[in-house]
Design a binder for this molecule. Structure first.
Ligand code: FMN
Length: 177
C-alpha cells in the first residue's frame, strides 16, 4: 500500500478479528513508529507490547470504553520518557509528548499499510495504568493502541470522508479563520 492510500484508509478501529498478528508484523509496525522525528533526535518513545489475556483484561478495565481491548490480539502501550532533556516547545508543551505523538502517527500509518487496524486511546486511569506496567517516575503513557486485523464492514457500508477539506484547513500568509 502506498503512503497516500494509507493516509486515506487510516480510521480508528475498535472491532478486531481473533486472528493473531505475526511477531514480524508487530516489529514492522513498531519499526515505523521508531523512525519518527523527535526534538534533538532524543527518541523518547518506548513501546510495551501486550498479548497476554491477563494483562489485556486488566488494562481494559482501566480504559474508558475499553472492553474491546480484550478482543484485540495485541495492545501496544506507547510511553514517553520525559528525562532531563525534554524542552518546552512554544512555551506551552513538553517536547517528549510531541515526539511520542509523532511516533504514534507513524504507528497508525504503518499498521494501516500492513492491513491492520488500530486506534489511539487516551482516556484511561493514569495512575493505575502506570502501576500495572511498573512505570518509574517521569515515564508517561501517551497512547494505548489496540492492534489487529479489523472485522470488515458489511458490504455497502458507506465510508465516511471523515476529514475537513483542504480549503477549510489551509490559508496563506495569515490566520483567516
Ligand atoms: C490524541 C488522541 C486521543 C484519542 N483518544 C481516543 C480515545 O480515548 N478513545 C477513542 O475511542 N478514540 C480516541 N481517539 C481516536 C479519535 O477519536 C478518532 O481517530 C477520530 O474521531 C477520527 O475518527 P477516524 O480515525 O475513525 O476517522 C483519539 C485520537 C487522538 C489523536
Amino acid at each position: 500500500m502506498d503512503l497516500l492510500e494509507a493516509f486515506q484508509r487510516q480510521r480508528a478501529c475498535r472491532n478486531f478479528q481473533e486472528r493473531p498478528v505475526p511477531e514480524e508484523t508487530i516489529a514492522k509496525v513498531l519499526n515505523g513508529a521508531r523512525m519518527a522525528t523527535s526534538v534533538e533526535n532524543q527518541q523518547p518513545w518506548r513501546f510495551i507490547v501486550v498479548r497476554s489475556e491477563e494483562m489485556k483484561t486488566k488494562l481494559s478495565n482501566l480504559v474508558t470504553k475499553g472492553a474491546f481491548l480484550r478482543t484485540s490480539p495485541v495492545v501496544v502501550v506507547a510511553l514517553g520518557v520525559e528525562g532531563e532533556r525534554s524542552v518546552l516547545v512554544g512555551g506551552y508543551t513538553l517536547s517528549f509528548l510531541l515526539d511520542v505523538a509523532a511516533s504514534i502517527q507513524n504507528f497508525i500509518l504503518a499498521a494501516t499499510a500492513e492491513g491492520l487496524g488500530t486506534a489511539w486511546l487516551s482516556e484511561f486511569h493514569e495512575e493505575k495504568v502506570s502501576k500495572l506496567f511498573g512505570l518509574p517516575e517521569g515515564v508517561k503513557v501517551v497512547g494505548i493502541l489496540p492492534l489487529g486485523f479489523p472485522v470488515p464492514d458489511p458490504p455497502g457500508t458507506p465510508v465516511p470522508n471523515g476529514r475537513k477539506s483542504l480549503s477549510e484547513v489551509m490559508a496563506f500568509e495569515r490566520f483567516t479563520w
